[in-house]
Design a protein around this ligand. Structure first.
Ligand code: IMP
Ligand code: MG
Length: 182
């Protein structure tokens, strides 16, 4: 079978872990909390690319109070003994975040390294407040101490795809979260 055959592609979608309906209900509840937190000071939703683009899009469509969006991309370079400080920002925010309530919108927290470093970096830029909302968390995989302010779904140690998350850059367009299987 060719590497790009539809049958092979679909064969790696082992099972649906979180359905489209479950995700959408959780996204609406999260957006409602953002609405309720609004105190008249500016909100900036920060999307960590690429994995969070679908989640960010759905959250921002469900929010009804004024908000802006910003985009960042990061790559981690780690050796096994290192704990943090090796996240390279490959694309930075284009706006000054002082004066904003920054809400980082993340797809998944695995070792915790990426977000720990991004949070430290953004805190240094003096936002009014800083919060992290993650769609998924794999707490059993944590290497550095990091906890999101809000987690929509905690999962066991599966490699997951869909709803923005990829395997080899594919599967981001699935509307649900599935387990990837060889
Ligand atoms: P970490 O928390 O620094 O280890 O990195 C988290 C990043 O690794 C996420 O933002 C994802 O891009 C990627 N990642 C971790 N687990 C998965 C997974 O199960 N599927 C797809 N990407 C993952
Ligand atoms: Mg990510």
């Amino acid at each position: 079978m060719s590497e790009n055959s539809v049958a092979e592609y679909q064969g790696h979608i082992k099972r649906v872990l979180i359905s489209e309906e479950e995700i959408q209900a959780a996204v609406k509840a999260t957006a409602k909390k953002i609405d309720e937190s609004y105190d008249g000071t500016p909100i900036l939703l920060v999307c960590i690319l690429k994995g969070s683009f679908v989640f960010l899009a759905d959250v921002c469509k469900a929010v009804t109070v004024p908000c802006e969006v910003g985009f960042m991309a990061a790559k981690s370079y780690y050796q096994s003994t290192e704990s943090s400080g090796n996240v390279k920002i490959t694309m930075d925010l284009s706006q000054d975040i002082s004066g904003y309530n920054v809400i980082i919108i993340e797809d998944i927290i695995d070792t915790g390294r990426t977000l720990k470093d991004i949070v430290n970096l953004l805190k240094g830029r003096n936002p009014l407040s800083l919060k992290v909302i993650t769609l998924l968390d794999k707490p059993s995989r944590r290497v550095v101490d990091f906890k999101a302010d809000e987690t929509l779904f905690s999962i066991d140690d599966y490699f997951v795809i869909g709803y923005g998350l990829d395997y080899g850059e594919k599967y981001r367009n699935l509307p649900y979260i599935a387990e990837y299987g060889e």
